[in-house]
Design a binder for this molecule. Structure first.
Ligand SMILES: Cc1cc2nc3c(=O)[nH]c(=O)nc-3n(C[C@H](O)[C@H](O)[C@H](O)COP(=O)(O)OP(=O)(O)OC[C@H]3O[C@@H](n4cnc5c(N)ncnc54)[C@H](O)[C@@H]3O)c2cc1C
Ligand code: SF4
Length: 340
């Protein structure tokens, strides 16, 4: 049986208290929201904080504010998002991403903030402590070498959050709070392509809020491939969002790939290619091939990298067809069974 190590547990009631505890405790402390990722990681000794600061009693983190933008508290559970009619109707890609995370039980506990800050994943890392000890660990925790690419100077673990690609495609910002100050950044700018240091979060910062711009004229969609169709982390995903003119031309598009790099991968070339065009079959084919070219999956998750690279083209085609308004329910079912 894997047991949790001992740790101190704080239950602040507001953000001032929470950020102050984090500032006082320093780098030995981590925040915990739903705990659905952090607790298993602590049992496997991948993450070893001496202090946990729980966010679940902070009321402001559970709020939704619907003004000119839509503001989602980072403490909302994924089930809260799935049950929200506005999210479903106007930010469909986010809704589709949230409903495909894990299982209903985990979505009842797992939060938006926890999903955004989710640890990166790798087949050599997502193992118990004994397994990892047997291979002398790896660079991400306790070791020196990267087993995915022994010559690599950095960890290549994969960003596996479902909601981040969808949120980035929708132009989301995040508000970060610390004991010192508050700042707002594009969610995209929270990530960097490094499997160990994947978040550009300053020490002591808590993600307080996710802010989505108005969705007028925008359509969005999220497609995910995973080993088990019922529930699993993504091995690749495509988030696509576009602002359309009344005649169906694309004013602006944002295509973001998930689980093929240590950060959500923005496909700028595809966005440029799509601007001003209508989603004809030919345009969709060309754009999907460009998505395949952009992604460079490595051998650190389920399915061979070459197969995942080919599969991206197909999944991107499905995403763009759904954006166009095609009924893709059959393809969604076939993906769950992996019929390619
Ligand atoms: C069996 C299983 C299947 C899963 N499948 C998926 C899946 O398909 N897709 C997917 O995306 N995830 C999946 N997960 C992972 C996890 O359940 C979700 O990502 C969930 O949303 C994490 O949220 P949480 O609140 O539980 O995060 P926690 O475990 O509490 O925290 C995760 C990380 O985020 C940090 N954190 C949490 N909240 C904040 C905040 N507000 N500000 C700053 N840092 C914060 C924590 O310090 C920690 O580093 C799965 C987990 C399990 C156990
Ligand atoms: S990519 Fe390399 S360093 Fe990173 S977790 Fe995997 S084996 Fe470890």
């Amino acid at each position: 049986m894997m047991r949790l190590p001992r740790f101190q547990y704080y239950t602040p009631r507001d953000m001032t208290e929470a950020t102050q505890i984090l500032a006082d405790e320093g780098s030995d402390a981590m925040v915990i929201a739903g705990g659905t990722d952090l607790i298993p990681n602590m049992k496997r000794k991948q993450q070893t904080p001496k202090t946990l600061v729980a966010l679940r009693h902070i009321e402001s983190l559970g709020q939704i504010k619907n003004g000119s933008d839509l503001s989602l508290g980072a403490g909302l559970t994924l089930s809260d998002l799935v049950q929200n009619d506005k999210v479903k109707a106007e930010y469909t890609g986010l809704w589709q991403a949230a409903i495909q995370v894990a299982t209903p039980h985990l979505r009842n506990m797992g939060t938006l903030g926890g999903n955004i800050c989710l640890d990166t994943r790798c087949s050599y890392y997502d193992q118990n402590a004994e397994w990892r000890k047997a291979i002398d660990y790896c660079m991400k925790k306790d070791g020196e070498i990267c087993w995915v690419s022994t010559g690599s100077k950095r960890c290549l673990a994969t960003s596996s959050t479902d909601t981040a690609p969808a949120l980035i495609s929708l132009g989301a910002k995040v508000r970060l709070s610390s004991a010192k100050d508050e700042r707002e950044v594009l969610l995209l700018d929270l990530y960097q392509d490094d499997g160990m240091d994947y978040l550009l979060r300053r020490p002591g910062e808590i993600v307080a809020e996710v802010i989505l711009p108005q969705a007028a004229h925008w359509r969005s969609t999220y497609w995910k491939l995973r080993r088990r169709g019922s529930f699993d982390f993504p091995v690749l995903s495509v988030a696509a969002a576009a602002a359309l003119t009344p005649d169906g031309s694309i004013e602006q598009a944002r295509i973001v790939l998930g689980a093929v790099s240590s950060q959500p991968l923005v496909c700028e070339k595809v966005d440029e290619f799509l601007a001003g065009k209508k989603l004809t079959d030919e345009v969709i084919e060309e754009a999907s091939l460009l998505c395949g070219k952009a992604a460079r999956p490595v051998k650190n998750t389920d399915f061979a990298p070459a197969w995942r690279k080919r599969a991206i083209v197909r999944i991107a085609t499905y995403a763009l067809r759904e954006l166009r308004g095609d009924n893709m329910s059959e393809q969604r079912r076939s993906i769950a069974r992996h019929v390619f």
